[in-house]
Design a protein around this ligand. Structure first.
Ligand SMILES: NC(=O)c1ccc[n+]([C@@H]2O[C@H](COP(=O)([O-])OP(=O)(O)OC[C@H]3O[C@@H](n4cnc5c(N)ncnc54)[C@H](O)[C@@H]3O)[C@@H](O)[C@H]2O)c1
Length: 393
């Protein structure tokens, strides 16, 4: 670890501060840079206060907390960076900004320095274009909050060299994280494979089959998910969830599989963004517990034994498996990595490939085909990977 040298994190916001804490806790000297004067120092002060609370709760030792924050040096300019083994940028999601920043860093850092971006949606090859030696540019997609979330997607662009990817993945393991590898496909693994979890539920409601509270109940009680799609998107923010879906849809050339729903677009337009605005799918204005309407358990029972088109959970699982299988079929990620990513990144009770094998990939294929017949137009296109035997165990 010591041969890596210092780690620089550029952007001391939500993600950058968390990533700096993870790197420092793993023993690296860290420089945390933010363009806004005093922002890196303020982030470090917040981190100290948060770690103090954890010490008071007996979760970490005082010496551990102090050692972590003592390793972080705040800075207001890239000119303050020493030679680093790894630079991770976590500035806002703006392609031009990230390109300018990485090309500036590349000029001053030695050619062996790994240049990583924490982008959630930009294409790594395009981000790397501005760097003269793009083989050292890769994605390290941490999840929020970085100190608590174990998953890191290690993303390679077309130009990234294997040696840098292997080094970065080994480093994430040494930091106590679980790295998964994927290509720079739109949404990477988690934000791509999760699309049907939200989209199918929204469509079921649009089609008048069930109300949101009943759908959420089915997902929790019958599917084993921690939260249903409607309560979860109210928590994430309907606007944030809509933007992720729309970005995948745009980047796939408007593939109908990812087309945003009218249901969610209307919520966003009406400013019903979820918990943060007091109203989303559900209302949060009343006292706690009064927000979510009662599910219709009789309806839930009837839907669960309905044909696939009218079965919210069966339909969503078929599409989650289809999406996961398709990613593997196209060579974007391994089956194991897809399953790990969905369990750790979004807390699914099972990885979708494992789930698909349990249901039977042939049965999933027949469900997707039935959905395709019921709702033609390409949204329910079955992946060839469901039937070509490549994912059979
Ligand atoms: N928030 C999340 O849940 C999440 C999760 C995964 C990935 N991401 C990605 O991480 C990145 C950062 O997101 P965030 O939520 O931490 O943003 P943020 O707005 O909380 O923080 C961004 C920070 O970058 C600073 N900054 C802006 N321009 C800069 C520059 N030129 N040089 C140095 N610092 C600069 C800002 O002052 C700010 O402190 C984005 O690419 C985002 O897509 C976010």
């Amino acid at each position: 670890m010591s041969e890596l040298g210092p780690v620089a994190v550029v952007g001391a916001g939500t993600m950058g501060a968390g990533i700096a804490q993870v790197a420092a806790a793993a023993g690296h000297p860290v420089v945390l840079v933010d363009a806004l004067t005093g922002a890196a120092q303020a982030a470090l002060d917040r981190m100290r206060a948060a770690l103090d609370r954890r010490v008071d709760q007996g979760r970490i030792s005082r010496s551990e907390a102090t050692a972590t924050t003592d390793r972080i040096r705040p800075a207001d300019s890239l000119a303050d960076l020493p030679e680093c083994g790894l630079v991770i940028e976590a500035v806002p999601e703006d392609l031009g900004l990230k390109q300018r920043l990485l090309s500036e860093v590349a000029e001053t850092q030695p050619p062996t320095t790994i240049l990583a971006t924490n982008t959630s949606s930009l294409d790594i090859s395009t981000v790397a274009e501005a760097v003269p030696d793009p083989e050292r540019v890769l994605g390290l997609h941490f999840f929020n909050p970085p100190p608590l979330m174990r998953l890191v997607e290690v993303v390679h662009g077309e130009t990234t060299a294997e040696a840098y990817l292997a080094h970065a993945a080994a480093l994430m393991t040494a930091w106590g994280k679980t790295p998964v590898r994927c290509t720079s496909t739109p949404g990477f693994i988690v934000n791509r494979v999760a699309r049907p979890f939200y989209g199918e539920a929204q469509r079921v409601v649009e089609e008048g089959l069930a109300d949101p509270a009943t759908v959420d109940w089915i997902f929790r009680e019958r599917g084993g998910f921690r939260m249903g799609p409607f309560e979860l998107t109210d928590l994430i923010g309907q606007d944030v969830n809509y933007a992720v879906g729309a970005s995948v849809w745009e980047q796939t050339g408007h593939d109908p599989r990812y087309a945003p729903t009218e249901f969610q677009r209307r919520l966003v337009e009406a400013g019903r963004l979820g918990r943060k605005t007091g109203q989303g799918v559900f209302s949060y204005a009343a006292e706690p517990g009064a927000a979510v309407p009662e599910p219709d358990l009789g309806l839930a029972e009837r839907l669960s034994s309905s044909p696939i088109e009218a079965d919210p959970l069966g339909r969503t699982l078929a599409m989650l498996v289809n999406e996961a299988v398709d990613l593997v079929h196209r060579g974007e990620a391994s089956a194991d990595d897809v399953d790990i990513a969905m369990r750790l990144g979004v807390n699914y009770p099972k990885g979708p490939i494992e789930w698909g094998r349990e249901i039977g990939l042939d049965l999933v294929a027949s469900h997707v085909a039935a959905l395709d017949r019921a709702f033609p137009g390409g949204r329910y296109r079955p992946s060839p990977g469901l039937t070509d035997g490549s994912l059979d165990e």
